[in-house]
Write a protein that binds this ligand. Sequence first.
Ligand SMILES: Cc1cc2nc3c(=O)[nH]c(=O)nc-3n(C[C@H](O)[C@H](O)[C@H](O)COP(=O)(O)OP(=O)(O)OC[C@H]3O[C@@H](n4cnc5c(N)ncnc54)[C@H](O)[C@@H]3O)c2cc1C
Length: 637
Amino acid sequence: MAPVKILSKFALLFSLFAPSLVLAGGNNGSVPNETYDYIVVGTGPGGGPIAVNLAKAGYSVAVVEAGGDNSDNIFSIVPGFSGFVSEQPDMRWDFFVDHFDDENQQKKDWRLTYRKTDGTYYTGFNPPEGAVKLGIYYPRGSTFGGSAEINAITAAMPSDKDWSIVTDITGDQSWSPPQVYTHYEKTKTWLGLTVGDFTGFSQNAPNMKSIFEGGASVLGETFDAATQKDINDVYDPQRDFVPGAFPVTYHVDSMGRRSTSQTYITQTLAEKHANGTSKYKLTVKLNTLATKVLFEKKKGHQPRAKGIEVLVGANAYKADPQYDPSVTPPTARIFARKEVILSTGTFNTPQLLKLSGIGPAAELTAHNIPVLVNNPLVGTNLQDNYETAVVHTGSDGYPNPAFSVCTFTPDAALDPCFAEWETTGKGPYGVGPNMGFIVKSPESVTQNNERDIFVFGGNYAFKGFWPGFTSDMSTNATTWGFAMSKLNSRSAAGTVTLRSNDPTDPPVINFRFFENGADQDLNVLNYGVQFGRDALNAVSPSSPLKPWTEIEPCYEGGCTAAHDKSFIKDNAYSHHAVGTAAIGKVVDSKFRVIGVKGLRVVDASVWPRNPGAFPTLPTFVLSEKASVDVLAAAPHM
Ligand SMILES: Cc1cc2nc3c(=O)[nH]c(=O)nc-3n(C[C@H](O)[C@H](O)[C@H](O)COP(=O)(O)OP(=O)(O)OC[C@H]3O[C@@H](n4cnc5c(N)ncnc54)[C@H](O)[C@@H]3O)c2cc1C
């Protein structure tokens, strides 16, 4: 689907901010070196908030981002269109990953994708002659605002233990949940968080409502009571232990627009003094790929980060679907008086550290990279929320009278639903009323006694990722299903290793799913699948949805738990990668890279384990926390 460019209103709005933005899109001519107090690389949930906070504290900050400005992309802005945003070619990088070392196990996943001899993709069990295996598709956002611009906007706080684990590892009390919640409160001052409006839901979406009622009843709750709850009530001491049904919360503002670090940075750039000059010394350099960190080395001292080297030009990374091998972007250097902060995400941060000489000595030496710090743990500890789905065909679809007038055209004159969203932020294209079920499996008792699986469902079949997945979200109008994201996955055996010393080459990524605790984690996922079935079965016998026919995992009927677990193992997917520059392994509790000075990592790669079921909101909060830590070490302005 071609990206639909812009509402004129947004174009106008953005042009007001443009003078503060350096859109470094040219790829010829020389690029002068520049110096700032801080350099933040990456504008996602990790990089965005800290860049703003350092600038608001009076420092000059360069924010360097490989992606371009897509703040006008309507699929990203409008919640109702967000199902299509993750495959927008201007906004993504295409990674292909392994789930297993064992090739035969990997080949049991029908999503395994190959590059055919004509350059196009093949996904499936029977690749044509000459096709080269790529792996399992794993999109990431590469755009102003990072992956949060292309994600599914679900915003959920993790459990207390996901914060206090850092205290357990490092002894740093500033990670105690009550302290962290001050950063959560700060995050809420700029990040829009919105729950779908359930008004009229009963009349407009009776089938969807009966699915949610089914799920709530399995947990002993009523739909009406569940809609009144707050999924992010972190102050409830029982929150992490009690299963429940909740209205899903999204990072969307009160006017129905996606809210991210891109919007936070953009608003900050727009703040002016009375004389019209910019209030803050914040410079955003888009289309600029950092290729390594530069260090100052003095005898008897730890190396100190003094800047970065960059390639200046759009689409410079080979995972970019618009990468052009005939273009050679110019290089430049940007210098930092104080610190360099890497926020390039779970795949790119370990790559950048290794390219800069920080990583396992043997791996660096094999790629002719001089070793600055031998840390064998850089790029290890990769882990993710396992996901799976239970998919059924019902006897009816999702008739919703509110949608009948929508034309799905991003033009208020042609589409009354778009007009309603544009003026009120609500209606069919606003945040949809949705319900999540946080379930606790028997396996959690032996782990930490906490809720361990987040289940969400509706009139779609979310079956994971492969090139073109967004066009297959609903197999047909009567497809209903529950997808789920597992908390506290027991295996952290994944790695990100260098493919080469070429900074434009994506790294080799292997999650090594189920390497540890496989049986327990598969039991949990199977418990989630059974919850989904129970929820569907709990739908009233008189519902037009019934009877159900299961499509996955039990596609042949009469399945055993062993069959279902085997299916789940072969087909599990994920998209919340964390952990490759983990606190306690690669950085300390203040985000400082171990073994050097002046370099920190602030992004999802520092999580010792997955924060809850959805990493975006926790990573925004983490960036707020890091801002306080960095400023505590800096002189007051
Ligand atoms: C399709 C999809 C759906 C998702 N849905 C959800 C959801 O509903 N809820 C949720 O909580 N999470 C979701 N996630 C995950 C979530 O968006 C990420 O975990 C989160 O954005 C990670 O934040 P980050 O700052 O670590 O990295 P990112 O957000 O990935 O940001 C990293 C940024 O760094 C830039 N960068 C990388 N390398 C370089 C370099 N060398 N030089 C310059 N810039 C560089 C990238 O271009 C990117 O913009 C989803 C992710 C995807 C892809």
